[in-house]
Design a protein around this ligand. Structure first.
Ligand code: GLU
Length: 475
């Protein structure tokens, strides 16, 4: 155990549904906190009010809860901590770590464009203002609006990233970035570092897209006299097209996979393995097992390609092994959408249990289950053509129906015995009865073992389906 308690944070900006990349970051924070007995903090970075939305914040919390990520503190709203961000910025200004800059956004844009034309990148450093010194002085005297810029150091910044190893940024790429805009509002850098200090964050696990911000943040931590946390920058998740996974390349948010009927346990497991491995062949791993196996050393440093088929495979594993009660609770909205009622919970549970191994998603499961709740099945004439051409079949099925009306108890052993005895008496192969009975009861050519199906469907519905099917054959 490390000396100081581990404190990690997941800090999403509530600008849309929770992307699977964000969910994976949340999962690694969750795993590290669980592994080291640390604290996981949820912080909603909602300072960009134009893009943030309260409903989205709730959405993100709901998605995290659904997938099984736990947090010990928060959610803190960054927007409620503005006073602290301002306080820290003014502290830096007072200590000479930051300074006032009087250029207007238009002047900065013009300078940026001018440099671009000569093939240079605009980097703001003190003394390199596009404004003349006397212009700066007169704006200061006149009390003109100003931005507060951070004085970046002139030495390289080095750190050891848990994913990428040693990372170095040279001063040539630094610029004296803005801490407070001219309207007085703090920037993302000011807010995020202030919050990480105040929340005593020890490990920052976040997407690689933030890597270029890290030297700025490290310099800020140092100038504010705080301990620099350990960083881990996770590579991007790519779609099958090898571009950054986005809605365009298919489903990309937790919400979308949820509505496809993916189980949260499967998505958690799949995402945990998308950028990390346990060092052995294991793939199906519960959160508890993942926590046990987790170590930041096996976080991958190359981009991962999201494979929907692998996720479907993973989901199928959970569909067949998870507690039935879990499956039922996650399946409930899908069953409702498929028009399946819960009038008989035992029957519903038995049907779901019989079909769970045959479906890759909860949506597929509900589609399969719907047949088992039909009063009367509509038979597809193409699928039944073969049966309709068998002369004695209707008669044989009536005899079977008579036996099934009397069999006691109505269980799969008895049902199988009766069917085989009848086949023998009629001198036909058992299959010649089994296939049409399956069609009669489910309207499909394939499915779970037949006698399990008949037992589940029950005496009354079996009689009704057989009678309907006989009518269909004769019709
Ligand atoms: N709010 C940032 C984002 O959603 C994350 C900031 C961080 O983790 O440091 O990308």
């Amino acid at each position: 155990m490390p000396d100081s308690p581990v404190r990690v944070r997941f800090a999403p900006s509530p600008t849309g549904f929770l992307h699977v990349g964000g969910a994976r970051t949340a999962i690694y924070n969750d795993l590290l906190a669980q592994k080291l007995g640390g604290v996981n903090i949820l912080r909603i970075e909602d300072t960009d009010r134009r893009r943030s939305d309260e409903a989205m914040t709730r959405q993100i919390e709901d998605a995290l809860r659904w997938i099984g990520v736990e947090w010990d503190e928060g959610p803190y709203l960054q927007s409620e901590r503005l006073d602290r961000h301002l306080e820290r910025a003014h502290q830096l200004l007072a200590e000479g770590r930051a300074y006032r800059a009087y250029e207007t956004p238009d002047e900065l844009d013009a300078e940026r464009a001018r440099l671009q034309k000569v093939g240079e990148t605009f980097r703001y450093r003190e003394g390199r203002s596009p404004l003349a010194a006397d212009e700066i002085a007169s704006r200061a005297d006149a009390g003109a609006p100003f931005a507060v810029r951070f004085r970046m150091p002139s030495e390289p910044i080095r750190f050891v990233d848990l994913v990428r190893g040693e990372v170095e940024f040279l001063p040539e790429v630094f610029d004296d970035f803005i801490l407070l805009r001219s309207d007085g509002s703090p920037t993302y850098h000011m807010s995020v570092v202030t919050d990480d200090i105040d929340m005593a964050v020890t490990h920052v696990i976040r997407g690689e897209d933030h890597l270029s911000n890290t030297p700025k943040h490290i310099a800020l931590f140092e100038r504010l006299g705080a301990t620099v946390p350990t960083f881990a920058h996770l590579p991007m998740i790519l779609g099958q097209n090898r571009k950054r996974l986005s809605k365009r390349s298919g489903a990309a948010s937790v919400e979308e996979f949820r509505s496809q009927g993916i189980l949260p346990q499967a998505l958690y497991n799949y995402l945990a393995l998308l950028g990390w491995n346990p060092g052995d062949e294991r793939e199906v791993m519960s959160r508890e097992t993942l926590v046990e196996a987790f170590t930041t050393e096996r976080l991958n440093d190359s981009a991962a390609v999201f494979d929907p088929e692998k996720l479907a495979w993973m989901n199928a594993q959970y569909m067949s092994t998870l507690d039935l009660s879990e499956i039922l609770s996650h399946a409930a909205p899908f069953l409702t959408a498929a028009g399946i009622g819960v009038a008989d919970p035992d029957y519903l549970a038995a049907a779901v249990d019989l079909l769970r191994t045959r479906a890759k998603t909860l949506a597929e499961l509900s589609e399969l289950a719907a047949t088992y709740f039909e009063e009367n099945l509509a038979y597809d004439p193409e699928l039944t053509a073969k049966f309709r051409s068998q002369e004695d079949l209707a008669e044989h099925l009536e005899q079977l129906a008579a036996r099934y009306a009397a069999v006691e108890p109505f269980d799969k052993e008895g049902l199988e015995r009766e069917l085989r005895a009848l086949a023998e008496a009629l001198e036909v192969k058992a299959g010649q009865l089994i296939h049409p009975v399956r069609m009669a009861l489910t309207g499909a050519k394939a499915g779970p073992p037949l006698f399990d199906v008949v037992e589940l469907v029950g005496r009354e519905a079996t009689a009704r389906h057989l009678a309907n099917f006989v009518a269909h054959l004769r019709g």
